[in-house]
Design a binder for this molecule. Sequence first.
Ligand code: TTP
Ligand code: MG
Length: 362
Amino acid sequence: MSRFILHCDLDCFFAAVEVRDNPKYFGKPIIIGADPKNGKGRGVVSTCNYEARKFGLHSAMPISQAYKRCPHGIYLHPNFEKYHKASKEVMEIVNSYSDMFQQVSIDEAYIDVSDKCINYKEVRELAEKLKDEVQKKVGITISIGCAPTKSIAKIASDHNKPNGVTVVKPEYIKKFLGPMDITKISGIGKKSKIYYNKKGIKTIGDIINLTLPKMIQLFGKNGEWVWNVANGFDNREVKKLHGDRKSISKECTFYEDTDDFNVILSKLEEINNRIHKNVIKNKIHYKTITLKIRLEGYITYTRSKSFTHHVQDKKKVLKVIIELLKQFSTMNKKVRLVGIRLSNLEKAPSVTQTTLINYLEV
Ligand code: TTP
Ligand code: MG
């Protein structure tokens, strides 16, 4: 029996909240992130609205580069408290449409409405109603993808952004995915794209045209996962994470404030090892890694980076942590506390991901 899965993702979330609360920003390029300091600022863009995206700006772009492309944009510091409140309100609405609900990040969630609808016409009506309710009650827009699998619902929610509902019935999967670039499938990032392209595979249609044994021969386990997604075979369920957990974190205060890079790093390594005992035991995969640093005087900073796909890889996390730590300027202050948070969690899907990891980019 075909399932009805919805993937709901807010549109330019942080920026949308700021525009909602400051109508004078409407229609102007709004960038949330680090202070650009007239082009000399460090740090990155968290997100930006669609007006800013017209100038080529996007999440994770260095703020200095963003400023060069869009000096007249409005640059704002993130206000996480406000975003968390908006997220909670939205998630409550989404959850009210189904108990089979899985929040996967601050602004996205899956619901399974298989027992609420009898056909895709009803699914579309439900999605439109949900979308309208979010806009009316929270004042921001959400895009929704409806499909028989989680992976296709996610691709679909991104298809008609902002404020769109995209329904992919089983019989239209091939037509819908066929022309798309292979990187639309999570598990194919920039590096593996090159590898796939070398073998003549550019679109998802090229994957659909190959047999499963051929894909496995060419790309191993990753090929198997990708072929299954492309053909609508992904039986991962919409599951609540146990304990409703949204992140796993550990932090540690130094006995004595320090500015010794090696001391800081070895503490982070220890925290990373401890966190991984927990994630391995609970079969948790994560996408986002956050480094937290508190300086003397209690000024606290966080820096995050996301993988393209859920992973569970201690070495990769450490690599990211080192990268984030190096980017970080302590402004000659000593460090009091360090911490690591893993978020964007998912219970390990049934496919083996160990080989997938080889294809991921950090
Ligand atoms: P996304 O859903 O990836 O982005 P978005 O909602 O801003 O835009 P879209 O319309 O394309 O969905 O991420 C949700 C929020 O998470 C985003 O508003 C800001 C934050 N974020 C970061 O802080 N850094 C990042 O690198 C990314 C990707 C997101
Ligand atoms: Mg979003």
